[in-house]
Design a protein around this ligand. Sequence first.
Ligand SMILES: C[S@@+](CC[C@H](N)C(=O)[O-])C[C@H]1O[C@@H](n2cnc3c(N)ncnc32)[C@H](O)[C@@H]1O
Length: 246
Amino acid sequence: MAEYDPLSELYDFEYTHDYDLPFWLSLAGREAGPVIEWGAGTGRIAAPLAAAGHDVTAVELSRDMVERGREKGQPVEWIVGDMRSVGLGRRYGLAVCAFNSFLCLNSVDDALAFLRNVAEHLMPGGLLGIEVSVFSPEELVDPPYGSGLRHDFTREMPDGWLDRFSVSRYDAATHLMEMRLFYERYDGSGTIVNRRAHDLMIRITNRDELGLMLRLTGFEVDAVYGGFEGEPFTSMSDHLIVLTRK
Ligand SMILES: C[S@@+](CC[C@H](N)C(=O)[O-])C[C@H]1O[C@@H](n2cnc3c(N)ncnc32)[C@H](O)[C@@H]1O
C-alpha cells in the first residue's frame, strides 16, 4: 500500500493552502507545454493548471490519491506510477515537483533516479521546478526521544472538525525525518468519532545538496528562490524553490 493511500480522504481538508498556485500558473504561462506534475497528490496544483487550459499529466504513486484527484473533474491525465521509474513515452516543456513530493524520496539514490527520469521526460531546454519546505534548526535537532507532541492544526469539516497532532524524530546521520501523525475527527457536537495514527518518512535536503544532485543528472540551475514571490533564498526562508533546465 502506498504511504499516502490512508491519507487520501483527509488530504484536501489538511492542505487547503493555495499561495503557491500563482507561481506555478505563471511558470506554465511562460514556459512551453505540456506540463507534468510529479507526486501530484490529489491534484491540488495539477487540477487548477488544467482548469487554466494547460495540457497536464499528473504522476502519483497512491491510487487512492489519484481517485480523489479524478473526482475534481478537470482534464488531467492521471498516471498511477512511481516517479523514479515510470516511463510515459512523452516529453514535456515544464515539470513540477512541488510541496515536498521530492522529500518523499528517502535516499540520494532515489532522488537521483527521479531526476534522471525527469530528464528522460523533458524536451531539450525544458524546465523543472522543485519546491520543498525548509526546516528550522529547532526542527532538525535530535533530542533523545524525538520532539514533544505538537498540535499542527484544526480544520473545519462538513460535519465537524479535524485536529492533527504530530511527533517527529530527525536522524542527522541519514537526514531522515520520521513523523507520526495523529488525527482526531469530531462531529458538530464535539464528540470524537474517529482517532487514528499514521507514519510518514521524509528525507530533508538543502540548496547545495539539491544543486549537486541536479548537476550530476545533467541539469543547470536557472534560479533559486526562497518564496513564491521570487524572494532570494536566505537562512530565514521557509521554502526552497529551484528552477533548473535540462
Ligand atoms: C506532500 S504530497 C504533495 C502533493 C502535491 N504535490 C501537492 O502539492 O499537494 C506528496 C505526494 O507525493 C507522492 N509520492 C511519494 N513518493 C512518490 C513516488 N515515488 N512516485 C510518485 N508519487 C510519489 C505521495 O503519494 C503524495 O501524494
